[in-house]
Design a protein around this ligand. Structure first.
Ligand code: THU
Length: 131
């Protein structure tokens, strides 16, 4: 699975976003270490705090299906260029490994690959709860 293909899948997943309030579509494509792909979109709620981001939708779908080993997650939004995961989603991605790749940008344009460690250095994590 290459980076561009995963971004294409994220771009397609964006079409399912339920965004009556922000009108801002976000899609994610999560690649497991075994090669399976889970997609996600943002799902908004009239009680705004009930909103779930695309990245977490994809991760929660995967975990609920028994997958917890992740290779990469690609993110796409209505904005041109790169859309980065929000702080909450960074924390949730990191929960499953510091080496997970985060791919932002456009399949037909510039895109960049980070690790979640790049995007959330010096963080609180499960390690802190073992002390
Ligand atoms: N959103 C995501 O889906 N992922 C992010 O990382 C940032 C924000 C969504 C949540 C909400 O539906 C909309 O974008 C505006 O915040």
């Amino acid at each position: 699975m290459d980076t561009i293909k995963l971004l294409e899948i994220a771009e397609k997943a964006k079409e399912n976003a339920y965004v009556p309030y922000s009108k801002f579509h976000v899609g994610a494509a999560l690649l497991t270490k075994s090669g399976k792909i889970y997609t996600g979109c943002n799902v908004e709620c009239a009680s705004y705090g009930g909103t779930n981001c695309a990245e977490r939708t994809a991760i929660f779908k995967a975990v609920s299906e028994g997958d917890k080993e992740f290779e990469a997650i690609a993110i796409s939004s209505d904005n041109p260029g790169e859309t980065y995961p929000c702080g909450i989603c960074r924390q949730v991605i990191l929960e499953f490994g510091r080496d997970i790749k985060v791919i932002v940008g456009e399949s037909k344009g510039k895109h960049t690959v980070f690790t979640i460690d790049d995007l959330l250095p010096k963080c609180f994590s499960g390690v802190d709860l073992q002390k």
